[in-house]
Design a protein around this ligand. Structure first.
Ligand code: HAM
Length: 431
């Protein structure tokens, strides 16, 4: 017997039952984004590999070891499944000259791919909702994006997601800090693990992010970037915090928050929960003022964030959230030649009136069809036999009702079924 083919490790099917949570989440997210004036953009899932190397940085975990990169065997082009959305979004903005006239507030949703070790909350295919604003330089947009997050958690009924904030300053300020940092780590070389040694000269800032318990005390004493920031950078950071304080948004400044992608400057932030185990960051982002120019565009400031959809859905489920009950309004049961010709027209007529209909397919006795109708969760069965068909009528049977009296049934003219059903549904809503 041939072996069944399974999905790729770390890439999950989202089945009915789970997928309803996703749809509800996406609906909430879309109306939330609209309420802030963000507009949708859709980029390809595959981009030229050099895009990610240049945007995310050669010496990052993502570029060094997590990208699904391959050579297109048909034309030799180096391609990569997107590990994140910012690079592609900025590429698209430059390519289509989107910010020549005015700044843009954009968002995207979709699959991202990183070859990480799969575990709860960390997958090789995962989904992000990403938000990017391009062309705004002040701290007001950073703060807007942070407060947006807070509102979404509220809209989703999620509590206990905490905000961590930091500033990475500007490249020149970081360079000074970096030199001091390297000198400090060299002084404590005997405490560095292999990873830290490897990063000492390529990306010493990432050492601050190490989880190695043996290095924590030494890391705590390392030179702080904030002590190297000039007046402008400090003012930007203070500007963000001012808006947050005015809005009553609590936050914690975490000087060790450095982010795993190289394009950031000034504000960086993460939303973190302790209810998801090790993978507790549900949303993260910050400012990346250098990236547009670095990817070949006219210099333009930018700021954005992305959230991990799997993690947020896990949190919604963990908080006891329920999507709307699945199911339809009506199940159409039909038997007999004339009935089965009339039934599809009745079903379409109901749908014309905005009623959700599950149409019985596959034949079978009335009894077996009625069992399926009951199991479908529909509020009504519309039953059509040849009797009904000959009279231009249907039998309307209540399967579930608010007054607790299911089982009522009556004959209704074909042209009046929709009205009957809509009136009952409306009565229920009012009750
Ligand atoms: P990131 O921190 O790499 O940032 O990812 C953002 C979020 O995506 C994470 O906080 C997490 O919730 C989720 N995520 C990341 N990797 C995985 C994974 N393997 N499995 C499940 N969820 C994951 C970015 O991607 C930036 N592009 C964010 C940004 C937008 N910065 C500016 N604009």
């Amino acid at each position: 017997m041939s072996q069944n083919i399974q999905s790729v490790r770390g890439m999950n099917d989202i089945l009915p039952g789970e997928a309803e949570f996703w749809e509800l989440f996406e609906e909430t997210v879309r109306s939330w984004l609209k309420s802030y004036g963000y507009r949708p953009i859709r980029m390809p899932i595959v981009e030229p590999t050099p895009l990610f190397k240049r945007a995310i940085g050669e010496v990052t975990d993502i570029v060094e070891k997590e990208m699904y990169s391959f050579v297109d065997s048909l034309n030799g082009e180096p391609l990569t499944l997107r590990p994140e959305g910012t690079a592609g979004c900025v590429r698209a903005v430059i390519q289509h000259n989107l910010i020549a006239q005015q700044p843009q507030r954009l968002y995207y949703m979709g699959q991202m791919f990183r070859h990480e070790r799969p575990q709860k909350g960390r997958y090789r295919q995962f989904h992000q909702v990403g938000v990017e604003s391009l062309g705004f330089s002040g701290p007001d947009i950073d703060a807007e994006q942070i407060l947006m997050g807070a509102r979404l958690w509220d809209d989703l009924g999620l509590e206990g997601i905490k905000l961590q904030l930091n500033t990475l300053g500007q490249p020149a300020e970081r360079a000074k800090h970096r030199a001091e940092l390297i000198a400090y780590f060299e002084k404590h070389a005997e405490l560095l693990d292999e990873d830290a040694k490897r990063r000492l000269h390529s990306n010493p800032l990432r050492i601050l992010d190490s989880k190695n318990p043996a290095m924590q005390e030494m890391i705590a004493g390392a030179p702080k970037l904030i002590d190297h920031l000039g007046a402008e950078s400090l003012a930007h950071f203070e500007g963000v915090q001012q808006v947050l304080r005015d809005a009553g948004q609590p936050y914690e400044i975490n000087p060790r928050l450095v982010r795993g992608l190289d394009y950031y400057n000034l504000t960086v932030f993460e939303w973190v929960t302790d209810r998801l185990g090790a993978q507790g960051t549900v949303c993260a982002g910050g400012r990346y003022d250098g990236l547009v120019e670095q990817l070949g565009g006219k210099p333009a400031p930018a700021c954005g964030f992305a959230m991990g959809v799997e993690r947020l859905i896990a949190l919604i489920r963990e908080s006891g959230g329920e999507p709307a009950a699945p199911g339809v309004d009506v199940y159409v049961v039909h038997q007999g030649a004339a009935a089965s010709r009339l039934a599809p027209r009745v079903a379409e007529g109901l749908r014309d009136n905005g009623i959700d209909v599950l149409f019985h397919c596959g034949g079978g006795s009335f009894k077996s069809q009625m069992k399926k109708a009951d199991a479908s969760g529909a509020a009504f069965a519309v039953i059509i036999g040849d009797d009904e068909a000959a009279a231009g009528e249907v039998t309307l049977k209540t399967l579930r009702s608010e007054d607790g009296q299911p089982g009522q049934q009556k004959r209704v003219g074909v042209d009046n079924v929709a009205d009957e059903i809509m009136n009952s549904l409306m009565d229920w809503e009012e009750a």
